[in-house]
Design a protein around this ligand. Sequence first.
Ligand code: PMT
Length: 407
Amino acid sequence: MAAYEVLSGKRVVLGVSASIAAYKAVSVASALTQAGALVDVVMTPEAQELVRPLSFQAITHRPVLSEMFHLLAETDIGHVTLGHRADVVVVAPATAHTLAKLSLGLADDLITTTVLATRAPLVLAPAMDAGMYDNSAVRENVARLRERGAVVVEPEWGRMASGLVGQGRLAEAPTIVETLRVVLGRGGDLADWRVVVTAGGTREAIDPVRFVSNHSSGKMGYAVAVAARDRGAEVVLISAPSALAPPLGVESRPVVNAEEMHRAVAKAIDAADLLVMAAAVADYRPRQAADRKIKKHGGELLLRLVPTTDILADTAGMANDCLIRVGFAAETDELIEHARGKLERKRLDLIVANDISELESGFGSDTNRVVLLDRTGGRRDLPLLPKPEVAHHILDEAIRIQAERIG
Ligand code: PMT
């Protein structure tokens, strides 16, 4: 499964109600369409005063719908058909008025009718001026919709069109699209799997301001976590410091050093099906971190290092029988030989031999060149690929290994 995209081929109904933020829905429609979704935009008549339907039509290459009975007449498929065939319905922006109608079950326009008719998951992205979102009537409506299963993308804090500051700004398009990925991913081929992923480079303190670390950005590990999430897994991401934002729909557990990562992994793998150690864990740490900043003096400074615990090797003894354990081996030379050695020493099911001899592969890059080696001697050489694609190949292998175990 090379290019896995959970949105590809999915039917998304995007309801746009009349908030000033309606223009942001154009970016949502664009991102969904680019990801391969079939996007049917449904607008309230008032929303069309704010954004021209043509903007959506040009981006989605599909007609924009508004009138319930026009649709009935033109297509002879009934005004509930949109809802019936949708994989997901998202209302963005959802005004206070639309939320109130949805909460009451009213059906006086195409958005509310579609929501009532659909059996697909419902995602709501409220947007309204400061003060309104705090109103108890709105809060109650949102709470009731949540109770019925709607996923709510919380509006952001900030300056409103009115000039007031508060919570009510429509969430940014990437957040809304990411939420749709999470929702659509449920029921994927990793549904019922619990996946633990480590990412980033650990930091081993020298003193309160200095540390020993490496160049890991976290990109590879985060890509594995997001890929597993998009395929329906429950994911725990144990991350050493990284500039990346914690992914939506993933349980993030930040750690700093190898010892903290060790404890977090030991705790998380208890009921897990898969452990993927993409983190670059320090092999050595300063024997004793100074509790005060070390002062500069003329001569040499000797840093005494002691080995850290090998987390992966340690999990061989403590892991439950079902756990599939995947390690990485970042190598500049003798890639296969060194990786096979680690696979055996750490008693892994799979090792991702990571060729870091070229600039576009390994630490910090968006792409990676890897060879997948399993404990039965199996080998798959992958070309240079974006890290999310590498992540999906690793997950495919984990699924294969599990299927072989079950027999
Ligand atoms: O984060 P990015 O910038 O995207 O970069 C990705 C990456 C290069 C960090 C990643 O693809 C990768 O190769 N990670 C492993 C890095 C590494 O240095 O591995 P290693 O050969 O030191 O360790 C082998 C395996 O043992 C790894 O899975 C590692 O997580 C694990 N290990 C290592 C040391 C230790 N004390 N405990 C461990 O569990």
